[in-house]
Ligand binder design. Structure first.
Ligand code: MG
Length: 453
C-alpha cells in the first residue's frame, strides 16, 4: 500500500514538474523502412513486438505519407511542415551529398525552433541529412543538443571500396568514412556502424531521463535500415529476413527502450510519440532492400510504395487504440506538435499540414484534402479521396526519364491499392476535380532557392 502511495506521488510529481498540459513530443524516424516491413503492417518474417505493441496501444495509420520519395526532402518536410519545394530542399540531385553547398535554410522554422521558444528542451539523435554548413546544422535549426551522422551511412565511401559493397549482406565495417558528430564536433571517424543503433538509443534514453522540469522534443532519426546494413552482435543473424531483418529488429528493440523509458519515468501519458519512415524501401538493393508490401514500387518513386509508409501515434490514455484509414502525412506533425504545446504557428509561412489532434484524441475525421506527390521539384501525381492521378511516372531507380501522360492515369487506391488498373476513361469527373486541386496548389507555390543542385 505504501509503495503504491509513493508510486502515485511520484507519478503526480513527474507529471506536474513536467508542466502538465504541455506534452512532450517524440518523433522516431526510420530510414528506408518499407510499408510491409513491420509485423503490424503484415511482415510475415520480421519480428517487431515493440512496434506491434505500440500500434496495438496507439493509432495505426493505413494511409500515412511522407512528402518525398527520398531522404533529404522528406526530412525537410517533416521538420518544417512544408512541401520541400517551398524550402528549396529538392532538386535534380535528389538529396544532399557531402560536397553539396546547400542545406535547410536557416530562416525555415522547424518543430524544434517553435517548441524551443516555448520552453521545450530539444534533442536530435541520428541521421541529419539537412546540411553540413553553418545555418543548416542541427544546433542552427532549433536543437539544444545533437548526436548523429551528418548524412547517409553509404556516403563518403573509402577509395577502392569494391562495387556492390553498399548493398552487400556482409558489408565491410571500414568501408565508409562517415563521421559521428556530437554538437558539431566529430567524435568518431569512421563511425562503427555495428553499434550505432544501440548508441543512438542510449543517447535518447539518457535525454528523456534528464528532463525533469521542462517539456521536451526528441527527434530520433535512425540510420537504419538504410544500406549498408549493420546490426550489433545481439541482433546479427537472428532474423529470418537476413541482415535487413536484423537491422529492423534492432530498431524495434530501440523503440521498445524509448517507450519503456517513458513508462518508467511516468511520462507516457504526457508524451506523444510518432513513428514513421522517411521513404519506402530501396528495392534495387534486393534482399537488403525491404518491402512495400502490396504497394507498387519503392524508394525514389511516386508510386505508393515510395511515399506511403508506416505511421503509428502513441499516447496512452489520450489516444484510443485503433486503426485509421484517414489520410495523414509527415507535414501534419509540425502543426500537431505546436498545437499540443500551445505554440502559435509560424507567421508568414505557408504550411502544408494540419493539426491532427481531433483525429488522434477525438477520432474526428480531418477534412478531405488533396495530397501531392513530388519527385524533385516536379509534381508527378495527386491523391484526392481514394483516387490518385499520375501525370508522370518513373520507377525509383534505373529509368532515366519520366514518362509523361497527356491523359493522366487514374487509380482507385481502395479497390486497387497496388495501382494496377487505370480507370481514367471511366471517371473524367474525378480527373477534372484532381486537376482543379493541382491548379490551385500550384498557384500558391513559391519555390524556395534550390539547395540541392
Ligand atoms: Mg531514406
Amino acid at each position: 500500500m505504501r509503495s503504491l502511495f509513493f508510486a502515485l506521488v511520484l507519478s503526480i510529481f513527474a507529471t506536474s514538474s513536467q508542466a502538465a498540459g504541455r506534452p512532450n513530443v517524440v518523433v522516431i524516424f526510420a530510414d528506408d523502412l518499407g510499408y510491409g516491413d513491420l509485423g503490424c503492417y503484415g511482415s510475415p518474417t520480421i519480428r517487431t513486438p515493440h512496434l506491434d505493441r505500440m500500434a496495438a496501444e496507439g493509432l495505426r495509420f493505413t494511409d500515412f505519407y511522407v512528402a518525398a520519395e527520398v531522404c533529404t526532402p522528406s526530412r525537410a518536410a517533416l521538420l518544417t511542415g512544408r512541401y520541400p519545394i517551398r524550402s528549396g530542399m529538392c532538386g535534380v540531385r535528389r538529396v544532399l551529398f557531402p560536397n553539396s553547398k546547400g542545406g535547410l535554410p536557416v530562416g525555415e522554422v522547424t518543430i524544434a525552433d517553435a517548441l524551443r521558444v516555448r520552453g521545450y528542451k530539444t534533442a536530435h539523435v541520428g541521421k541529419w541529412h539537412l546540411g553540413i554548413h553553418a545555418g543548416s546544422r542541427p544546433l542552427d535549426q532549433g536543437f539544444d543538443q545533437s548526436l548523429g551522422l551528418p548524412y547517409s551511412n553509404d556516403m563518403d565511401a573509402r577509395p577502392g571500396l569494391p562495387k556492390g559493397s553498399t548493398g552487400s549482406p556482409n558489408p565491410p565495417r571500414d568501408g565508409w568514412n562517415v563521421p559521428l558528430i556530437r554538437n558539431g564536433k566529430i567524435i568518431e571517424q569512421p563511425t562503427d556502424q555495428t553499434t550505432l543503433t544501440k548508441r543512438y538509443t542510449e543517447e535518447a534514453v539518457a535525454f528523456i531521463r534528464e528532463q525533469k522540469t521542462s517539456p521536451f522534443f526528441l527527434y530520433f532519426a535512425h540510420t537504419f535500415p538504410h544500406v549498408p546494413l549493420f546490426a550489433s552482435p545481439e541482433f546479427s543473424g537472428r532474423s529470418r529476413a537476413g541482415i535487413y531483418g536484423d537491422a529492423v529488429e534492432e530498431l524495434d528493440w530501440s523503440v521498445g527502450q524509448v517507450l519503456e523509458t517513458l513508462r518508467s519515468e511516468g511520462l507516457a501519458e504526457n508524451t506523444l510519440v510518432f513513428f514513421t519512415s522517411d521513404n519506402g524501401p530501396w528495392l534495387i538493393m534486393g534482399d537488403q532492400g525491404g518491402s512495400a508490401g502490396l504497394l507498387r514500387d519503392g524508394k525514389g518513386s511516386t508510386w505508393e510504395g515510395g511515399m506511403r509508409v508506416p505511421g503509428i501515434a502513441w499516447m496512452p490514455g489520450r489516444i484510443s487504440p485503433g486503426v485509421t484509414t484517414e489520410l495523414a502525412h509527415a507535414m501534419d506533425l509540425l502543426p500537431t506538435a505546436l498545437a499540443l504545446a500551445g505554440a502559435p504557428l509560424p507567421s508568414d509561412v505557408t504550411l502544408d499540414g494540419i493539426d491532427l489532434a481531433p483525429l488522434l484524441f477525438q477520432n474526428q475525421s480531418p477534412p478531405d484534402r488533396p495530397f501531392f506527390y513530388y519527385r524533385g521539384d516536379q509534381l508527378f501525381a495527386c491523391r484526392l479521396g481514394p483516387w490518385k492521378a499520375h501525370f508522370k511516372t518513373q520507377t525509383g531507380y534505373g529509368q532515366p526519364k519520366p514518362e509523361a501522360f497527356e491523359a493522366p492515369l487514374l487509380f482507385h487506391l481502395g479497390r486497387d491499392p497496388s495501382e494496377k488498373r487505370n480507370v481514367a476513361a471511366d471517371h473524367p469527373d474525378v480527373l477534372s476535380a484532381i486537376q482543379n486541386a493541382v491548379t490551385a496548389h500550384q498557384a500558391g507555390v513559391v519555390p524556395g532557392p534550390p539547395q540541392l543542385d
